[in-house]
Design a protein around this ligand. Sequence first.
Ligand code: GH3
Ligand code: MG
Ligand code: MG
Ligand code: MG
Length: 353
Amino acid sequence: MTAARPGGGGSEHREGAPAASGDPGAPHPSRVLVVEDSPVQAERLAQVLAAEGFEVQVAGDAAEAIRRVRTDPPDLVLLDMILPDMSGLEVLRIIKARPDEQFIPVILLSVKADLDSRVTGLRMGADDFLAKPFAEAEVRARAGAMLRIKTLQDQLRTAKRECERLSVTDGLTGIYNRRHFEDRFREEFSRSQRHGASLSLIMLDLDHFKALNDGHGHPFGDRVLRETAELISTSIRDHDICARYGGEEFAIVLPSTNLQGAAAVAERFLTRMRGKAYRTGAEETGGPAAEVRVTASVGVACHPSSGVGRGAVHLIELADKALYRAKAEGRNTIRVALPGETTPDGVPRGGAL
Ligand code: GH3
Ligand code: MG
Ligand code: MG
Ligand code: MG
């Protein structure tokens, strides 16, 4: 995933294609592509399927079938084995060679005696067969069964994608969580070592946040965390990674960015934060309305200019150390890591990476 926010990188797919006609909640009829060069056979199949409520398209050759599958994938393909321009098995291979795309079931149409082709077809990923000449009831039953399997496959795929998104997302703010930060940071650090490119890390910690919670209530504190996450993630590029590192602390990974560039990005966060006024009042505290400003302290470190000697963890230590200095030197400010700087105890807060 390459996006500043979880779920920001992938494209949406049509999911959960509905099954046969008569399905009460069905938003669209299922779309079936019949690939058959005999107009008589194609017409017969199309009629049977259309009578079931499916939206049927016919492709008379392999080239048209491949074009349709690529530009507007159907929910089911009925594929003749013998086509004028290419073998049906070759078309099957092309349809099934898209593992990241949606599942498209393929029913091969073959003459009963052609056992070898059937075995090869199954090995190549065909989902079912229909023997010519067709019995209409069998066409209906097999198409319906395949579409039921497709609906389940689509639901599974959607659920898997949602689980993946949740596993990398911080529940309160919607940005990446710490686990994802650690995975991506390690990857980006190795990449920067391999290619000799700069990699910067910004650690940002809200100032006096405990007092803010105590004075205005936790729901208000939560709102500040959400809006800070929003402010940061809308101030960075798509391939930067913004995560909630801990309670009121954020980590931002900036690939291909030097120390000066990262400090400029951090300055942008602080400027926007200083300009932002939160209104608080009756809903949060029961007290009179007030305007609250929230500031943050920031530490910035960069590989290789900060003198990172002990790998990715050292870069975190250095950004942390710079953040401590920003706190110690008045808060609401940025400090950059200095070459050779070490943490007092040499251990990053929050454990191992
Ligand atoms: P400093 O300027 O030194 O960083 O002071 P601070 O008060 O921000 O730091 P401290 O570590 O003392 O307090 C952090 C506070 O953040 C305490 C904790 O209750 C609060 N916090 C952590 N997670 C959440 C959360 O999810 N929601 C809310 N509302 N508060 C949180
Ligand atoms: Mg044919
Ligand atoms: Mg903190
Ligand atoms: Mg704090």
